[in-house]
Write a protein that binds this ligand. Structure first.
Ligand SMILES: Nc1ncnc2c1ncn2[C@@H]1O[C@H](COP(=O)(O)OP(=O)(O)OP(=O)(O)O)[C@@H](O)[C@H]1O
Length: 254
């Protein structure tokens, strides 16, 4: 069974222009899937539809066998504990320590009072340290986040997503603010997470070479439509031109 099924998804912000047009795909557990495409193609909007930060106009999103299309408050809260987010600008609380930021990933499981009082169990704290260890930054656990490099902060962002125990992690341009070495480290960790923890990652990327190197599969959007869906080997120069330079919007079948 697929972890995620997207069926005939359409989304507009202003009810005139469709930002996403009849999107259809399925994703299996444990895959690292990159979403590429020119600026404004709809990559971020697609991720926001999947975790329902924005509503869509029509179509269906089936996650872990359940149709999430009509989810309301409580179901959305549960959905968002199953789906971690990693952001371009990390979205950490700079004045808090690394370990506190990681534990924030557990807030979706807490009551408001528990959250306000930062009440975390010993097991949660042990898990947070263990994740920081896995991501190679445990020695920074008690530093303020704003004392870390960009690459280290992004690893904190990944640990915060992982401590949710997600089935899926959505990464919106996770390496856009990083240098090539730090980018490599982040992509290697994301690959490791999919392989060792069987967590699916969908990663929006502008760097096609990175998408080619790390992804099990690449989906390309242009003007809101899927114009390529296949492996890095199938993404030929000609198809790349189609993704970034084309005028037509027909799907390249592979
Ligand atoms: N909140 C919003 N309200 C109105 N229009 C929006 C909103 N968010 C995005 N858009 C529009 O939707 C289209 C797709 O934007 P989106 O950010 O999803 O593309 P993207 O492929 O992620 O772009 P980039 O690579 O530049 O981040 C763009 O035309 C954008 O202007």
């Amino acid at each position: 069974m697929s972890l995620l099924e997207i069926k005939h998804l359409n989304k507009s912000y202003d009810s005139k222009t469709n930002v996403l047009k009849d999107i259809n795909f399925e994703i299996e557990s444990g895959d690292l899937v990159s979403v590429i495409g020119p600026s404004g193609a709809g990559k971020s909007t697609l991720l926001r539809c999947i975790n329902r930060m924005v509503n869509f106009d029509d179509g269906k999103i089936i996650f872990d066998g359940k149709d999430t299309t009509h989810y309301k408050k409580r179901e959305l809260r549960k959905l968002r504990t199953d789906i971690g987010m990693v952001f371009q600008h990390y979205n950490l609380v700079p004045r808090l320590t690394v370990i506190e930021n990681v534990l924030h990933g557990r807030l979706g499981y807490k009551s408001t009072i528990q959250g306000l009082l930062s009440m975390f169990t010993e097991v949660e704290k042990e898990n947070a340290f263990s994740l920081l260890d896995t991501l190679g930054i445990v020695e920074h656990a008690y530093k303020r986040c704003d004392q870390l490099s960009g690459g280290q902060q992004q690893r904190v962002g990944i640990a915060r997503a992982l401590i949710q125990n997600p089935k899926l992690i959505l990464c919106d341009e996770p390496i856009a603010s990083l240098d090539p070495n730090a980018s490599k480290v982040i992509m290697t960790y994301l690959k490791q997470i999919t392989r060792d923890m069987n967590i699916t990652c969908i990663v929006n990327l502008h760097q096609v070479d990175v998408a080619r190197e790390y992804s099990d599969r690449i989906i390309a959007l242009n003007k809101g439509a899927v114009v390529f869906d296949g492996s890095h080997l199938q993404l030929t120069e000609e198809r790349m031109n189609h993704v970034y330079g084309m005028e037509t919007r027909e799907l390249i079948t592979v």
